[in-house]
Design a protein around this ligand. Structure first.
Ligand code: SAH
Ligand code: SF4
Ligand code: F3S
Length: 469
C-alpha cells in the first residue's frame, strides 16, 4: 500500500540511537501526568502496548483506567476485520467530546495496524484534526520524540516499509509471572483475505541468541512462563538463516523456564521436528493453536492457505498421536466469497473430526487492498450469520465435552491473578490453556500448583488447590 505524506523507513531522519531504546534525556518531562491506553487485536498488539506503556512511563506518565482521568489517551488499533473501524470511530467520538467539553489539553493518540491503511491515515488527516499523534507499527520508538517535541498541528508518522529488527526494546509488562516474547515480526504468507502482511510488513525474525538472552533474563526475574509470538512461528528463522523453530523451542526450553508457549502456528511448514520437540519436553506446553480457516480444499485454495483438508487432518492426527494430552484450538472463517453449502458442510465435517478444544469463528470481512476483496462476494449476510451460528453450536458442544473430561482430575495451574468472576478466587491456565477459577489462598499467586477440577463449563473450569500435606 502506498501511504500518503509518510516518510519511508529508509529515508527517515530520526536519530535512531536516541529513540529505539529508552530516551534517557527525557527527564520525566511529563511527570505527574496520566495515560489511558486501550488495545485491540492480537497478542502482538498487546505486547506493543507494553512497549508504549514503558515509553510513556519513562516520560513520567502513570497509568489510569478511565479517559476522564487521563492527560493522554492511546488507542492501539487492529485492522483485521471491518468492525475495527466502528471501534476506532466510537473511541474517537468519546475522546473528542472529552477534549471539547472537559479537557482541552487532552492528547489523543492513534497507533497500531489501522493507521497503516492508507484510507484510515488519510481520514485522520482530513477529518479528525483533533487527533494529535498518529504512528504506525514500524515506528513505535518515535513516540517519545513526538511527545518531547510536540507540535501544534497533527503529528503523523507512519512508515509504509518495515525497518530493521530492533533489540533492547523497553517493556512495562502486564504480568509479573508470564511474558510475551516476540520472535518474529510481520508475515509474508499473504493469505488472500488477510491484511496483516500489509500492516506489519514482511517476515523478519529476531536472532535466536537475542531471544534466548531475553528469556534467560525473564527467568532470572522470576517469570514462570513465556509465550513466543509471531504470525507464523513455524517459519521462524527462515529469513535470516538462523535456527529452525523446533531448534529454537528446544533452546528456550533449555533455559529452565517452567512453561513455554507459542502462537500462532500455520499448518503450512509445521514440521515433524516441531511436533517431536514439543512432545519431548515437559516445559513446552501441550497446546497448539492450529488455524483451519475452512474445511473445503477448494476454499482453502482461494484463501491461499497452501494445504488441503486432507493434509490438515493428517497433521492434526499426527499432533494428537505424538503429543500426550495435547489440546488444539483453531480459527475458522465462514462466508468467504463463493463458499457454497457443500464447502461449509466440509468445514463442519472437519470440526466433527477434530473436536477442537475451542475455536475462534469469524464471518469473512473484506479488507481493502487484499486479493479476496476483489472476489465477488455473493453470499447474503443472513446466510453467513446462519452458518456462523451453526458452526458455533458445534464448536461449543466439543468445547464442553473436552472440558467435562477434566472433572475430578488434578491439573497444574499457574495462578496469575484474582478471578474476574469472583475476587475471592484466583485464576490461571492449565498446561493445555484451559482457564480455571481456583479456590486458593492469595499467597499462591505466581505459583504453579496442583488444582482439583470440581466442575466444567464450555469456556472455563472451576477447581480448588490441592495443598501439600
Ligand atoms: N497468523 C495467524 C492469523 C492471524 S489473524 C494465522 O495465519 O493463523 C487471526 C484470525 O483472524 C485468522 O486466523 C482468521 O481466522 C481471522 N481473519 C483474518 N482476516 C480475516 C478477514 N478478512 N475476515 C475474517 N476473519 C479474518
Ligand atoms: Fe494473515 Fe495468513 Fe499471515 Fe496469518 S499467515 S497473518 S492469516 S497472511
Ligand atoms: Fe490486528 Fe494487526 Fe494483530 S491487524 S490481528 S493487531 S497484526
Amino acid at each position: 500500500m502506498n501511504l500518503p505524506n509518510m516518510k519511508e523507513a529508509q529515508t527517515r531522519t530520526t536519530d535512531k540511537t536516541n529513540y529505539i531504546y529508552l530516551n534517557n534525556n527525557a527527564d520525566k518531562a511529563y511527570a505527574g501526568k496520566k495515560y489511558f491506553i486501550r488495545t485491540y487485536g492480537c497478542q502482538m498488539n498487546v505486547h506493543d502496548s507494553e512497549e508504549i506503556s514503558a515509553r510513556l512511563e519513562n516520560l513520567g506518565f502513570s497509568k489510569v483506567e478511565t479517559i476522564e482521568e487521563a492527560d493522554i489517551v492511546i488507542l492501539n488499533t487492529c485492522a483485521i476485520r471491518e468492525n475495527a473501524h466502528d471501534k476506532l470511530y466510537g473511541f474517537l467520538g468519546r475522546c473528542k467530546h472529552e477534549k471539547e467539553n472537559n479537557n482541552k489539553d487532552l492528547i489523543i493518540c492513534i497507533c497500531g495496524c489501522m493507521p497503516q491503511e492508507e484510507k484510515v491515515a488519510n481520514d485522520l488527516i482530513k477529518n479528525h484534526p483533533y487527533v494529535d499523534i498518529v504512528f504506525g507499527t514500524h515506528n513505535i520508538f518515535e513516540l517519545e520524540d513526538m511527545l518531547l517535541n510536540k507540535m501544534e498541528r497533527q503529528d503523523i508518522r507512519v512508515y509504509s516499509k518495515e525497518g530493521e529488527v530492533y533489540e533492547n526494546i523497553p517493556y512495562k509488562r502486564d504480568s509479573k509471572f508470564k511474558a510475551w516474547v516476540d520472535i518474529q515480526y510481520g508475515c509474508d504468507k499473504f493469505c488472500t483475505y488477510c491484511i496483516v502482511p500489509y500492516t506489519r510488513g514482511k517476515q523478519r525474525s529476531r536472532k535466536s541468541e537475542e531471544i534466548i538472552k531475553e528469556v534467560e533474563c525473564l527467568v532470572k526475574n522470576g517469570y514462570k512462563e513465556v509465550t513466543l509470538l509471531g504470525q507464523n512461528v513455524n517459519a521462524y528463522g527462515k529469513d535470516i538463516n538462523d535456527l529452525s523453530f523446533a531448534e529454537l523451542l528446544l533452546k528456550v526450553s533449555d533455559t529452565g523456564i517452567d512453561r513455554v508457549r507459542f502462537v500462532t502456528s500455520h499448518p503450512w511448514d509445521f514440521s515433524d521436528d516441531m511436533i517431536n520437540a514439543i512432545a519431548s519436553r515437559d516445559n513446552i506446553m501441550p497446546y497448539i493453536h492450529l488455524p483451519l480457516q475452512s474445511g473445503s480444499s477448494r476454499i482453502l485454495k482461494l484463501m491461499g492457505r497452501r494445504y488441503t483438508k486432507e493434509e490438515y487432518i493428517t497433521l492434526f492426527k499426527k499432533i494428537k498421536d505424538t503429543i500426550k494430552n495435547v489440546a488444539v484450538t483453531t480459527d475458522i472463517i465462514v462466508g468467504f466469497p463463493n463458499e457454497t453449502e457443500e464447502d461449509f458442510n466440509e468445514t463442519l465435517e472437519v470440526v466433527n473430526e477434530c473436536k477442537y478444544d475451542s475455536a475462534f469463528t469469524f464471518i469473512y470481512s473484506p479488507r481493502e487492498g487484499t486479493p479476496a476483496a476483489k472476489m465477488q462476494d455473493d453470499i447474503s449476510l443472513e446466510v453467513k450469520e446462519e452458518r456462523l451460528h451453526k458452526l458455533n453450536d458445534l464448536v461449543n458442544k466439543y468445547a464442553k465435552e473436552n472440558n467435562l473430561k477434566y472433572e475430578g482430575k488434578i491439573v497444574k495451574v499457574l495462578l496469575e491473578d484474582y478471578s474476574e468472576k469472583d475476587k475471592n478466587l484466583l485464576m490461571g491456565y492449565t498446561d493445555t490453556m484451559k482457564l480455571v477459577n481456583v479456590k486458593a489462598d492469595p499467597k499462591y499467586l505466581g505459583s504453579i500448583v496442583d488444582v482439583k477440577i470440581t466442575s466444567a463449563k464450555s469456556w472455563s473450569l472451576d477447581g480448588e488447590i490441592v495443598e501439600e500435606k
